[in-house]
Design a protein around this ligand. Structure first.
Ligand code: FDA
Length: 404
């Protein structure tokens, strides 16, 4: 059978692949976009609790991790969060800022998918679903891909847009990494990120009664002495106790920085001088139980658990300053060592990917492999929680779409 010829073959119809397809199609390129899933943009559909946190108004390179997060600067500037918001507005999609610059659809994430698929249709993009690439090779001026439907496609440009390994049951594969390696590109170590952290059985048993308790915290990862020194930001968001350990936005954020063997430090009443507050409570009403007084500052179940763990019982009048200071430290300097994470099964993203020193930061093109591009999560750029990952997908997809 004669191979079909297109200008651009994009593998992966997620956020990055669709954006790239639209841009290349608008430039008059013939574009074939394929995905082994039955529908495009499945992660968009389930994102943000079904409302898609599609960008963050504060997006900048500081919100990203990777060997060289500054690699992202050019694409993020050329197609910024404001550019994406303009498209959302043009499509008539109502949105709101939830918190910390995070923009969500008022109605449904499906509106974002519809906007992208409408734009693809208008740009003449051919979308093939339920198809994957069995083999791909370089040929004279381009690539030849043998597809799972038995056909062959030749293209001048090949765009790797299959994302990372997170949530395999949604069709995530490491295909882009394998394809990149096949073409001689380096892939950095990958690991689950934006993922709940887990505790060992003994600690879990102690914390069991807290499952379901949520509290606003400030959390930092404490690097082990052997770890490379790097920035370990502090995140001020909510934390949730679970049956396996800890979750909630603050923990998902810190999971991208935490490494096995390291501890995290959590302030569960951030910004509060607990010692001073408990001392004042003692002067006001010494008959109050310590855990009751603490329960006015942090959730009651958590207050009980902390007092239990510290062996602090009785009334405020019965405890001295030293004990109050110990309680303050137990609440605002809780240092705990997770044993692991929930892994790719629940991780929102994959840290690591195709090394950015092999890619051109303006175009996402592989420097040594003419016509090859790597966009979105497949590249070694990973955002914080809060719309940053989609913005990277839009920006990198857009950048490749200008030239491929
Ligand atoms: P993406 O994973 O979106 O797309 C890759 C595509 O490639 C998929 O359609 C897949 O089926 C296809 N594919 C994979 N292997 C293939 C193969 N071998 N052959 C053919 N096709 C293949 N981010 C954010 O900014 N805001 C948010 O609200 C959320 N929420 C969120 C919730 C959940 C539950 C998850 C798991 C993730 C998020 N994220 C997020 C992260 C965000 O979804 C993610 O970073 C982007 O979808 C990455 O876009 P890509 O296009 O790079 O990959």
């Amino acid at each position: 059978m004669t191979p079909q010829s297109v200008d651009v073959l994009i593998v992966g119809a997620g956020a990055a692949g669709m954006m790239c397809a639209i841009e290349a199609g608008r430039r008059g390129r013939s574009v074939r976009l394929l995905d082994h899933a039955r529908a495009p943009g499945e992660k968009i559909r389930i994102s943000g609790g079904g409302r898609c946190n599609f960008t963050n108004t504060g997006t900048g390179p500081a919100n990203f991790l990777g060997e060289n997060p500054r690699f992202a600067t050019s694409a993020l500037k050329r197609f910024s969060q404001h550019d994406f918001v303009k498209r959302v507005d043009r499509a008539g999609i109502a949105w709101h800022e939830k918190t910390l610059g995070q923009l969500f659809c008022d109605d449904s994430a499906k509106q974002i998918i519809r906007m992208l698929t409408d734009d693809m249709r208008a740009a003449g993009v051919v979308l093939s679903l339920g198809v994957s690439v069995e083999r791909v090779a370089r040929v004279a001026d381009g690539f030849e891909a043998a597809l799972s439907d038995g056909t062959t496609v030749r293209s001048r440009a090949l765009v790797l847009a299959t994302g990372g390994k997170s949530i395999p049951r949604m069709g995530a594969t490491g295909w882009a990494y394998d394809a990149a390696r096949q073409f001689g590109l380096r892939v950095t170590d990958t690991r689950p990120a934006l993922v709940p952290l887990t505790f060992e059985a003994g600690l879990l048993e102690t914390l069991k009664p807290l499952a379901g308790v949520a509290v606003d915290v400030s959390v930092t990862a404490v690097p082990a002495s052997s770890s490379p020194k790097g920035d370990r930001p502090t995140f001020n968001e909510a934390m949730l106790f679970t049956h396996r350990g800890l979750s909630g936005p603050a923990i998902l954020q810190i999971s991208s920085y935490w490494r096995e063997g390291e501890a995290i430090t959590v302030a569960m009443a951030p910004g509060e001088d607990l010692y001073a507050r408990l001392k004042a409570a003692k002067e006001e009403n010494g008959k109050q139980m310590v855990h009751t007084a603490l329960g006015h500052i942090i959730p009651r179940r958590l207050a009980e658990s902390v007092c239990d763990r510290e062996g602090i019982k009785g009334k405020l009048a019965e405890v001295g300053d030293k004990t109050l200071r110990r309680l303050d430290a137990a609440v605002n300097g809780w240092t705990v060592k997770p044993v692991g994470s929930e892994g790719y099964r629940t991780a929102e993203v994959t840290l690591g990917g195709v090394a950015t020193d092999q890619l051109d930061q303006q175009t996402m093109a592989a420097k040594e492999v003419p016509g090859l591009y790597v966009i979105g999560e497949a590249a070694d750029i990973t955002g914080w929680l809060g719309g940053y990952n989609f913005q990277w997908a839009w920006s990198s997809g857009w950048a490749a779409g200008q030239v491929c």
